[in-house]
Design a protein around this ligand. Structure first.
Ligand code: ZN
Length: 199
């Protein structure tokens, strides 16, 4: 039986070679080492496994399927567990790390995550020191960057977030799956931009 993680890593490598925005953002890492699997499910894992709305295209559907295939094996994260982000977000949003400091494939050079959001969910304004590139693999979402007009992104579209610039994401009628790259400061996690206004 093929190793699903190796398959997914090859899909990530191929996506990197294929997409000019990914290539321009960073080199594909050359320091990868496999870490032991630490499976951890969160509510979004169940939702993703039951999801039927992640429509993609010929160029991105294999990468989408690779992330879905590794979903039961992955160490899913709830980055905002100890914040006031609210139960609905925690119960429906999820991500896991493929490449990076805590990824299945360890690297110090970049981080590569998958994020999944079902339909009708708002990911509030947040920021982080890392520079970030989103590549939508399936579905669609509205992306907002502080000071810019919102834009709706679909499979193959990318958006760039500069260091510490607040951004947000909202799904409406469709879910979204995106591949997210980080470069620069890989250590510091995202924080909610308006956390200081918490009740
Ligand atoms: Zn971000």
């Amino acid at each position: 039986m093929p190793d699903r993680w190796q398959t997914l890593l090859q899909l990530a490598r191929a996506a990197h070679a294929d997409h000019p925005d990914l290539r321009a953002f960073c080199d594909f890492p050359d320091d990868l080492s496999r870490l032991p699997a630490n499976q951890h499910r969160i509510p979004a894992t169940d939702l993703l496994e039951a999801e039927t709305g992640l429509i993609s295209d010929d160029r991105h559907s294999a990468f989408r399927d690779g992330f879905i295939g590794c979903a039961p094996l992955a160490d899913w994260r709830q980055t905002y567990k100890d914040t006031n982000i609210g139960a609905d977000f925690l119960n429906r949003f999820g991500c896991y790390e493929l490449i990076g400091l805590e990824g299945t494939f360890h690297s110090h050079q970049m981080r590569g995550f998958v994020v999944y959001s079902p339909a009708d969910l708002h990911y509030p304004w947040h920021h982080h020191p890392a520079e970030e590139l989103y590549l939508v693999l399936a579905g669609e979402a509205e992306f907002c960057i502080h000071g810019e007009k919102p834009k709706t992104l679909r499979p193959g579209d990318t958006t760039y977030h500069a260091s510490m610039v607040p951004h947000a994401m909202t799904t409406h009628d469709h879910p979204v799956m995106a591949y997210v790259l980080w470069r620069g400061n890989l250590m510091d996690p995202p924080v909610l931009t308006h956390a200081e206004m918490a009740p």
